[in-house]
Design a protein around this ligand. Sequence first.
Ligand code: KG4
Ligand code: ZN
Length: 339
Amino acid sequence: MKINILGIESSCDDTSAAIVSDGVLLSNVIASQAVHSAYGGVVPELASRAHQQNIIPVVDKAIKDAGISKDEISAVAFTRGPGLLGSLLVGVSFAKGFSLALGCPMIEINHLQGHVLSQFVHEKDNIKKNPEFPFLTLLVSGGHTQIIKVKDYFDMEIIGSTIDDAAGEAFDKCAKVMGLGYPGGPVIDKHAHQGNPKRFNFAKPNIKGLDFSFSGLKTSFLYFLRDEIATNPNFIDENIDDLCASLQFTIISILIDKLKKAVKETGIKQITIGGGVAANSELRDTLTLTAQKLGWEVFIPERKFTTDNAAMIAGAGYFKFFKHEFASMDLAPDARLKF
Ligand code: KG4
Ligand code: ZN
């Protein structure tokens, strides 16, 4: 009999459901919430309301796309945290209801471990090589920026982390001050293609060890724009491509510099990336070039598996299923869940 895992992801502003069958992804449905773009960031209350509206149609479509019936589902894996509490509640409550109604077990997944394990999600016609343990993951999203030493599927150690803003937040906040809307990362990435990354120089922070900091960059970017606009009100419009390219170059250099340091300190040369910012073209290209130069082996996931998705939750759930690590009905979501 096949092991079919239904994955549910609702930690931030994407409602997603996926089916993984015997380790192979059959469907992955994502409903993104456009409602936040007008506010320049995710509004938690609006996010949980939208999850509430989306969750049933999204799960229904994931099951239909997979070509199975709900009675064939072996377990439901869901994101328990970290994330926005109201958003997590929708997914956790749905998983409980589904599990009770169908009599199948529930599996709790840490969202960040899901991102790391997205590397092991395979599609039917695209079975890739897996990294070997231990490897390093650069996890870069709107909420997190971490270097994780991955010793086994669920044995991970955070060896570097941001002390303030996440890399995605730096993209989003700087995009907001340039009037580029939310999320800012993809728009900055697009403009950067036509821009000169060396045109403007933004200082990189000097943070000890493997930790990161992005709040200083955001502030200096803001002050720089304020001063330039004082003499030329059209400064942003006239220089948008170069501004985006220079800002992106600075953020990516900060990430790559720390990754080089982590490889040096741990001696681990297998690298994976995950999280929304892992969709960034410059990060992907620079990582590939750095790997060629320094003899690393990098595993770059397809863009659809970098941003929030339930495929990674179902995939991680598949590994836990065999360990019989099932969640109990009294479990609550945890906005600050650690691993
Ligand atoms: O992982 P994710 O979907 O959600 C969480 O934060 O958990 O990541 C979203 C973040 C946003 O900050 C968004 O601006 C950023 O990922 N992002 C990008 C790109 N695509 C998404 N940042 C830079 N370049 C991109 N192409
Ligand atoms: Zn995420």
